[in-house]
Design a protein around this ligand. Structure first.
Ligand SMILES: Cc1cc2nc3c(=O)[nH]c(=O)nc-3n(C[C@H](O)[C@H](O)[C@H](O)COP(=O)(O)O)c2cc1C
Length: 374
């Protein structure tokens, strides 16, 4: 005879579990489905360039650093070049050749061995670069407009210089590098990719009217200025599926001399377009530009939303409980606290970050931050 009903004790357990889910608000420690992944918590490690990958091939030290932080629900790696033309900084990793795939494989394996999940951030820096990083070639950008300021090279600080405006005919191949890098990411065993559309790098340069002064289908109207970013996203989606692709935006952000007087309209449009694509997530770096970024993004993006920028535990819990954010990303706190989720859970004190070792160097300030005892 079959057993039509579950034993009473199991029924009780199931009922009380349902009750708990109903009554308790979502917290940083509630599990969540993110695209193709089941995450144990809603704490994301924000992408952070650390300039510790000489030769652009991820190494054992990089693997150790990420593995130490595998208790994050999701790690988003530092910005990684999807194409040799997009390398803007000293000693940052790439993802466009076989050696790099091999290097990323050791990172993915180290993180997975500790139960973590890891997306690679695809960052083409466009005009934020220097010929010293490009075998003497000029950096590329939507228009030939130099970014003010200087960049740190092997020979010290140098001005960015004027980039070369991309030919319209070159752009589809450049967009396709995002799809190729996404394929390589999966080949390396990484869980997915985040298209870096924030902070004044190439897709953000296309979006910005002061940097993009093109008159063709890649500039002018909002639809045209968004075409590069959406094309890069679609390229990655076609390669590995929407449920393994996220996007990062910094609405209203001015880093790298981005100026957009219509930023709320720009980013409402972009969020709406991204929402149609059923992505793993939208990741928003809120730089507090003078409008309510989080509310604008939430209103225009119905999918999974990660918020970032100056969060501590109390604000993160409040934004998750209210439904403003689905997950929260922590940058500097994760850099300095490999066991950040445990510390947040216990309300433990956080290590102080050492700013002098953020960019470049070795293990000091990278893999030597202490974890809680026990
Ligand atoms: C050392 C360092 C490197 C960073 N590199 C990147 C990067 O490669 N890509 C990116 O999108 N953001 C980068 N950021 C920004 C962080 O992802 C994050 O948005 C910022 O630190 C704010 O979050 P927080 O207040 O939690 O630190 C970097 C930040 C720091 C401190």
């Amino acid at each position: 005879m079959g057993q039509p009903f579950a034993p009473i004790s199991r029924c009780k357990r199931a009922a009380s579990a349902a009750l708990v889910t109903e009554i308790l608000p979502m917290s940083l420690f509630s599990p969540i489905r993110l695209g193709a992944l089941d995450l144990p918590n809603r704490i994301v490690m924000a992408p952070m360039t650390r300039n510790r990958t000489p030769g652009q091939v991820p190494n054992a030290l990089n693997a150790e650093y990420y593995a130490q932080r595998a208790s994050a629900g999701l790690i988003v790696t530092e910005g990684v070049t999807p194409d040799a033309s997009g390398r803007g900084y000293i000693d940052i990793p790439g993802l466009y050749n076989a050696a790099q795939v091999q290097g990323w494989r050791q990172v993915a394996e180290a993180v997975h061995a500790k139960g973590g999940h890891i997306f690679v951030q695809l960052m083409h820096t466009g005009r934020i670069s220097h010929p010293d990083f490009l075998d003497g070639a000029q950096p590329v950008a939507p228009s030939a407009i130099a970014a003010p300021g200087e960049i740190y090279t092997h020979a010290g600080m140098k001005p960015h210089g004027t980039p070369r405006a991309l030919e319209a005919a070159e752009i589809p191949a450049l967009i396709a590098t995002y799809g190729r890098a996404a394929t390589l990411a999966r080949e390396a065993g990484l869980d997915g990719v985040e298209v870096h559309g924030a902070n004044g790098y190439l897709p953000s340069q296309f979006l910005a009217p002061n940097v993009n002064q093109r008159q063709d289908e890649w500039g002018g109207s909002l639809e045209n200025r968004a075409r590069f970013l959406l094309g890069a996203v679609d390229s990655a989606v076609a390669a590995i599926g929407a449920d393994r692709v996220g996007v990062r935006l910094s609405p209203g952000g001015v880093f790298n001399d981005i100026q957009d007087p219509e930023a709320p309209a720009t980013f409402a449009y972009v969020a709406g377009e991204l929402a149609k694509r059923n992505l793993a997530y939208l990741h928003v770096f809120n730089t507090n530009p003078g409008f309510d970024v989080a509310a604008l993004m939430r209103a225009n993006y119905k999918g999974t939303l990660i918020l970032n920028g100056g969060y501590d535990r109390a604000r993160a819990e409040a934004d998750i409980a209210s439904g403003l954010a689905d997950l929260v990303a922590f940058g500097v706190p994760f850099l300095a606290n490999p066991d950040l989720p445990a510390r947040l859970a216990q309300g433990a004190a956080l290590n102080a970050p050492d700013q002098g070792t953020f960019y470049g160097g070795g293990a000091k300030g990278y893999t030597d931050y202490p974890v809680l005892a026990g």
